[in-house]
Design a protein around this ligand. Sequence first.
Ligand code: SAM
Length: 542
Amino acid sequence: MEGPVGQKEKLQEFALVSVSDLASSSSESHSKPVVARFSDDSGLAELRFHKESESAAAINVDLRTAQIFKVSSVQSVCLTEGSDSTEEKTSYSRGVTVQFRNEEESRAFHCAFKQWKEEVLEGKPLPNGTISATKSKFDDKIEASSAKMYFHYYGQLLHQQNMLQDYVRTGTYYAAVIENRADFFGRVVVDVGAGSGILSLFAAQAGAKHVYAVEASEMAEYARKLIAGNPSLGQRITVIKGKVEEVELPEKADMLISEPMGTLLVNERMLESYVIARDRFLVPNGKMFPSLGRIHMAPFSDEYLFIEIANKALFWQQQNYYGVDLTPLYGSAFQGYFSQPVVDAFDPRLLVASPTYHVLDFTKSKEEDLYEIEIPLRFTASVGARVHGLACWFDVLFNGSTVQRWLTTAPGAPTTHWYQLRCVLAQPIYVMAGQEITGQLRMVAHNAQSYTLYLTLMAKMWGPGAEQGGIIQASSCKLDLKEPYYRMSQPQAYPLTQDQQSHPLINTQDIQIQSQDFEEAELMQHPSPNSGAQMNSMAENN
Ligand SMILES: C[S@@+](CC[C@H](N)C(=O)[O-])C[C@H]1O[C@@H](n2cnc3c(N)ncnc32)[C@H](O)[C@@H]1O
């Protein structure tokens, strides 16, 4: 045994009685002693079984995927994923039976095996496009079942198509890239979560020197196909299948391009992957497309929506449902319906105050900043109304050196597949025109790639008692962003109340609509692909 683990030239050797490759049934044994050698001198952490002083006919095991099982006190089986080099796609499991000289050596070997996996591989740089650690930051914070469903969803062409067919989204990306050729020309670009590879192809069209398209789902294979089918661009694009938290790239990037936005900007928690990619791949002062996002918020009044939600729970008020009293569950059902944020396109005239916004700067935010986001709220009601909750939407900025362009999901702007989001209070509050509405929106990330939302809205004392500063109404709710209620309908022509007609609601200029180059977008009837609820219901259906 030589070269203790942890030193620069890492190497460890064991003498064995024999090894046999289960696939070939050939056995390496006695004539010359068999050696098991852990090494990383090729840059690849591997276990190699070979005859002493003979490297030919060695059996190589990739330690990143290898597992070892004890069959007896002196015999073990080492299983690993293998790949057939002649046919890139084929992957199969490979087994090697290892015979030790005694129990003590077996124990030492197992101990070394465990150490190599845990200590040597942890954070160790590996060759381009390979996985850098057995368990990454992504795996630490995201539930495996959520990640599996998430990448399964994005692995399907139909869901990529849904995003590609959001012409406001894809058209704004295209315009932002092509109008800012100067930012791409001759530059190295990383496409973070490349999906079909569309943004990589746009970057190549704008003259990028090379684009690394990193995609964790099975979509990476389709991206390869699409890119190969566009050879004049494709020769400057490399698709790397893996998570941005784990892959290694051969060079630093001058620029990142990505579409990491989910419902309410933060759903899916992909913004965290975007800033991790920034820290891992981007040169100092490199560009990010988009570079920042804003969450916009305003209180709204929507009697129809409120009644619709409240009515859903009425089912549980039946006292004789096939002879069963359902009322014990009414309260829980009522709460359950109000814990679902509503996703739809609403008429901006439902807003009862000018919106405010919260900025997330992707060039500066730390990953941890996105774990919990607290937004203080302060509005002045422009009309007297019953406030039913908080309406939210987002926009992102492409801060090009030639043209600055915003992609907005604002109500009243051409509809995107993100629509808008509304948090509805089970207990509405009443406000008069000119009254101040305060509160807080707190978003806490959870391990199912989404957020729990805590909303509080308060209306301060109005009239003579106001100087005392007393709060007369406060209403709170807790919602799960992963479980939205999709209420996809055409924006309704809401009849204005008399009060609303005499007071113009809000200055619609306050809602920045910057993607107006596009014709009225057709309203898409499909639910957002970025929704956990849809993924869940999809999984339930399967
Ligand atoms: C919203 S889609 C955008 C796809 C494509 N860029 C586009 O604009 O059409 C996000 C993509 O990022 C991928 N993705 C999400 N998190 C990732 C991660 N940590 N590493 C690599 N890919 C990821 C998803 O599988 C999905 O294909």
